[in-house]
Each structure stands twice: as structure tokens, then as C-alpha cells.
Design a protein around this ligand. Structure first.
Ligand SMILES: CC(C)(COP(=O)(O)OP(=O)(O)OC[C@H]1O[C@@H](n2cnc3c(N)ncnc32)[C@H](O)[C@@H]1OP(=O)(O)O)[C@@H](O)C(=O)NCCC(=O)NCCS
Length: 173
């Protein structure tokens, strides 16, 4: 049965200390390792919301704004911003600090999309709705339809003429 769930119910927080095996030859965290952890945190969040298995459908723009050093501690927070029909958008934010907790700052963020699947048929299944509560949750929820249009157009899954909000960007006036 489809129900309405709160953002807090699936919020997922993951902490990692950067070890030698996670770094590049300059002693900074490798971008691919960070993306793997972000994908895991976001996937756990989406699966908790859907109460089902999920697969990553896409990852929006990711930029690496700060070098993350060997011995730093990162905290990855994943929250569900919007549930559509069988897909969900998850916002992931990464913060970095010294091992002592000092110098805490935001490193980067990204939006991930997941699709819930029936584990036997491997077909997409409907997901629970989300009810945003505070202004930040509501703002991300409202803007999610525009981000969805953009990623579906860029991945060739939606024709620009079928878009609502972003049609003008892609079609000549
Ligand atoms: C994602 C996947 C399940 C979509 O399956 P599909 O049969 O094409 O399903 P549909 O066309 O019916 O789309 C299902 C949902 O996926 C969404 N979707 C499809 N491609 C998407 C993309 N690139 N970005 C975001 N959402 C996407 C659709 O919008 C739809 O969402 P909705 O039901 O909420 O409207 C399928 O492409 C797949 O299994 N991909 C591989 C996933 C994977 O292995 N990930 C790990 C990679 S290493």
C-alpha cells in the first residue's frame, strides 16, 4: 500500500575516515571513492524510503570543490527530496573536518536518482510519497520536477517538447 512518509524516516548519515588506500598519489581522497560512498549513502536512503531494492538510475553534476586529505573525516548526509512514480531523487551533501572535529566545512553535494525494483521480476515498482515539512525540504521538493526534466532530457529519456518548465531552454522560440 502506498503511504506518505516523512523525510526524516529515511535520512541516512555515513561517516568515513580517509585512509591511505582511499587516496591518490597527492594524498587526497580519490573522487571515485567519494562518489562510491555517496552512492551507497543515497542508495540506503532511497531503499529505506521505498522499503524495496533500488538501483541508481543517474547522478547529476558532481564537482569536487575542496581537496579532502588523508586523515580527514567526512560525513555524508543523504535525504529524499521527492518521490515520483517508481523513481526517487536523493540529495547528498558531504562535509569534511579534521579528526578532532575542527574546521568543519561543506565539500560538495549532488542529486542521485534511484528506481525501486521488484527483486524477482526486476521491474520498477511504485514508491511511497514523501511529505516535506520544513522550508528547506519544501524548496528541494518543489524544484525537483525541474531537475527531473533536465536529467531526463539530457539522458534522452524525455523529448524537450514534452517538458513543462524547461521547454524554452531546449527549443528555438
Ligand atoms: C533505471 C532503470 C531501472 C529504468 O528502467 P526502465 O525499464 O527504463 O523503466 P522506465 O522507462 O519505466 O522508467 C522507470 C523510472 O525510471 C526513471 N528513469 C529512467 N531513466 C532515468 C534516468 N537516467 N535518470 C533518472 N530517472 C530515470 C523514469 O523517469 C521512471 O521514473 P517514474 O516511474 O518515477 O516516472 C533501468 O534503466 C536500469 O535497470 N538501469 C540500470 C541500473 C543500474 O544497474 N544501476 C547501477 C549502474 S552500475
Amino acid at each position: 500500500m502506498i503511504k506518505e512518509k516523512r523525510v526524516e524516516e529515511s535520512k541516512t548519515i555515513m561517516t568515513e575516515m580517509i585512509m591511505p588506500n582511499d587516496t591518490n598519489p597527492l594524498g587526497n581522497l580519490m573522487g571515485g571513492n567519494l562518489m562510491r560512498w555517496m552512492d551507497i549513502a543515497a542508495g540506503v536512503c532511497a531503499a529505506k524510503h521505498a522499503e524495496a531494492h533500488v538501483v541508481t538510475a543517474s547522478v547529476d553534476h558532481v564537482s569536487f570543490d575542496l581537496p579532502i586529505k588523508l586523515g580527514n573525516v567526512i560525513t555524508i548526509t543523504a535525504i529524499l527530496t521527492r518521490a515520483f512514480n517508481t523513481s526517487m531523487e536523493v540529495y547528498v551533501e558531504v562535509q569534511v573536518a579534521e579528526i578532532t572535529g575542527a574546521n568543519l566545512r561543506k565539500s560538495n553535494h549532488a542529486y542521485f536518482s534511484f528506481v525501486a525494483l521488484n527483486a524477482e521480476t526486476m521491474k520498477p515498482i511504485k514508491v511511497h510519497k514523501i511529505s516535506p515539512e520544513n522550508p528547506s525540504e519544501k524548496a528541494k521538493y518543489e524544484a525537483a520536477t525541474r531537475r527531473r526534466e533536465l536529467r531526463l532530457i539530457l539522458s534522452g529519456r524525455m523529448k524537450p517538447e514534452d517538458a513543462n518548465d524547461l521547454k524554452e531552454i531546449f527549443l528555438p522560440s
